[in-house]
Ligand binder design. Structure first.
Ligand SMILES: Cc1ncc(COP(=O)(O)O)c(C=O)c1O
Length: 448
């Protein structure tokens, strides 16, 4: 059949004039199907949704214990090593602002200038007419720092993980992820439709076993890990992961939300820390809301990877407006300061080493944390974590209890983010208080 005839046939079919069965007279009559679900109010009335019951129980518990509600707590001014909450100046261990750059006049002025030049938005997706030079400058400088060909900046940290993984993995692919990777990686993997298996935390042998058993059944295999784990503060063996992924022809993605800007002699993340060739990590990712003191996310790697993501990945290149000029400008200014002032990163790591050592000597359990600026203080249960956080708050120290569902039920903790600006006095005072509180803690009642 010649092409013109083929198109004619196709068109006729689509218009229902010929060939294809149309739902006409011979279509079977619709049969009544017994409903599978008894539709109750909990299916259409938000007030009856079980998720809300979870919230109501939590509030009930706080009220019963006489705790101030500590969620969505407003602060005034810049959140750094200290923060003002409810008119009180507090030592702050709950902000991601590792390098103390979100109040840095150079970063703030870059953001203000970007607004003066471009307004508060670019008014479009990057691919259409939303591109501005700041995005490309950031991406080029970042790629240089990481030793890779190119990078792409996305609107949100969470969304960039979801979009990149959701786009790169497909039904015929396999995603192998460390059991402790961030929720945004898990959601991306779920969205992709790929087969997914978790491997035990930092257990390269378990990963090897999964690869030996399953590699041959899938096309692409994506291995997901973090540079510093966000709840535990440990650093995985990235060189070994590189060796494994090369042998199995898999792709390695590292989430550097908590390692970029912090670990390594120059503070430039896992590449710097391990002395790696940047090209050996296939997909570099970080959120911009930590050391970069802004908001957004990036992917960096080979030019082809970045081209595909920029042109086709929904939520990163496509179907989404560009990042805010001010955010990108703040990120670029922060990146330049990171490079020019590596002592900031060294001070964070040194502060964290001090905190961890003092805490351990005082008998506190800092879990797996090593070499990073994330330090958990592990506690036997969620009730104790809530009680300790409330008492610390009374003593002008802000730290947030990490309880289920963000950590397993039996792994409640207080999480401390160490900042380059924390002083030894602030850390000493905090550890002293933690020890006193732990000794005075009431027995948990099993209510939460
Ligand atoms: C490891 C990790 N990845 C990704 C994200 C998402 O980044 P953002 O909160 O900036 O969207 C976070 C945020 O907390 C994180 O800790």
């Amino acid at each position: 059949m010649n092409p013109a005839m083929h198109v004619e046939r196709l068109r006729a079919r689509l218009l229902g004039k010929q060939g294809a069965a149309s739902a006409g007279d011979d279509a079977p009559a619709a049969r009544a199907v017994a409903p599978k679900v008894t539709v109750g109010r909990e299916h259409y009335d938000f007030a009856q949704f079980p998720e809300l019951r979870e919230y109501a129980n939590t509030r009930w518990y706080y009220d019963k214990q006489g705790y101030e509600w500590n969620m969505f707590r407003e602060h005034v001014g810049v959140a750094s090593a200290e923060v003002e909450v409810a008119g009180r100046r507090m030592i702050n261990f709950s902000s991601y602002n590792y390098l103390d750059l979100s109040g840095d006049p150079r970063v703030q002025s870059a953001a203000k200038q970007a607004i003066d030049h471009y307004g508060t938005s670019t008014g479009s997706g990057r691919i259409i007419i939303g591109e501005i030079p700041i995005f490309g400058e950031f991406e080029k400088e970042l790629a240089d720092v990481l030793g890779v060909e190119d990078a792409v900046l996305g609107v949100s940290g969470y969304g960039t993980n979801v979009a990149a993984i959701g786009y790169l993995a497909r039904k015929q692919d396999l995603v192998l992820y460390d059991e402790l990777v961030h929720n945004s990686m898990l959601v991306g993997a779920k969205l992709s439709g790929a087969r997914r298996f978790a491997f035990a935390h930092n257990d390269c042998d378990a990963l090897e076993r999964l690869l030996a058993e399953h590699r041959g059944n899938f096309e692409r295999v994506l291995i997901l890990t973090e540079g510093v784990f966000s709840m535990d503060g440990d650093i995985p063996d990235i060189p070994r992961l590189i060796e494994i992924k090369k042998r199995h022809h898999a792709l390695l993605m590292v989430d550097e939300a908590h390692s970029m800007g912090v670990i390594g002699a120059r503070g430039l993340g896992v590449v710097d820390h391990f002395g790696l060739n940047g090209a050996d990590i296939d997909i570099h990712y970080a959120s911009m809301s930590k050391a970069f003191a802004t908001i957004g996310g990036y992917i960096a790697g080979r030019r082809e990877l970045v081209t595909m993501l920029k042109y086709y990945a929904p939520g990163l290149g496509l179907y989404i407006a560009s990042p805010m000029p001010a955010n990108a400008a703040a990120g670029l200014a922060a990146l330049r300061i990171m490079r020019a002032e590596p002592q900031r990163a060294r001070r964070v790591v040194e502060n964290a080493r001090y905190f961890r050592e003092q805490a351990r000597q005082a008998g506190l359990n800092t879990g797996l944390s090593e070499g990073s600026a994330v330090i958990p203080v592990m506690l036997p249960d969620a009730e104790l974590a809530l009680w300790m956080a409330a008492r610390l708050f009374d003593n002008h120290i802000f730290t947030f209890p990490m309880i289920f569902p963000v950590v397993p039920r039996d792994a409640a903790r207080l999480r401390f983010f160490i900042n380059t600006a924390h002083t030894r006095e602030q850390m000493d005072r905090t550890i002293r208080l933690l020890v006193e509180l732990k000794a005075a803690a009431p027995a948990s009642k099993g209510l939460f």
